[in-house]
Design a protein around this ligand. Structure first.
Ligand SMILES: [Zn+2]
Length: 83
């Protein structure tokens, strides 16, 4: 249930022109969206090196790591297209 929280409303500067209840609802949905984005970002962090299991933030870093640390290993398929 959405309640009008006017203490929250007073602090809001976003979404001018929306009724207070809507603002609270919008902020709630934004908060949930942000949580989902954080989860997705954390998921994206799992680029674990196939050789040493080190975690890389993105494929580019992973490829550089692989070329520097494991030059004798064949490059993983998912890195072949990474420039
Ligand atoms: Zn490695």
């Amino acid at each position: 249930m959405i309640t009008c929280d006017f203490e929250v409303f007073d602090r809001l500067t976003l979404f001018p022109g929306y009724p207070a209840c809507w603002k609270v609802e919008i902020l709630r949905s934004y908060g949930e969206g942000a949580t989902e984005q954080r989860k997705a970002a954390q998921k994206a962090l799992v680029f674990a090196c196939a050789v040493c299991k080190a975690q890389m933030p993105d494929p580019k870093t992973y490829k550089q790591h692989f070329e520097n640390k494991h030059p004798k290993n064949p490059i993983p398929k998912e890195l072949e297209d990474v420039v």
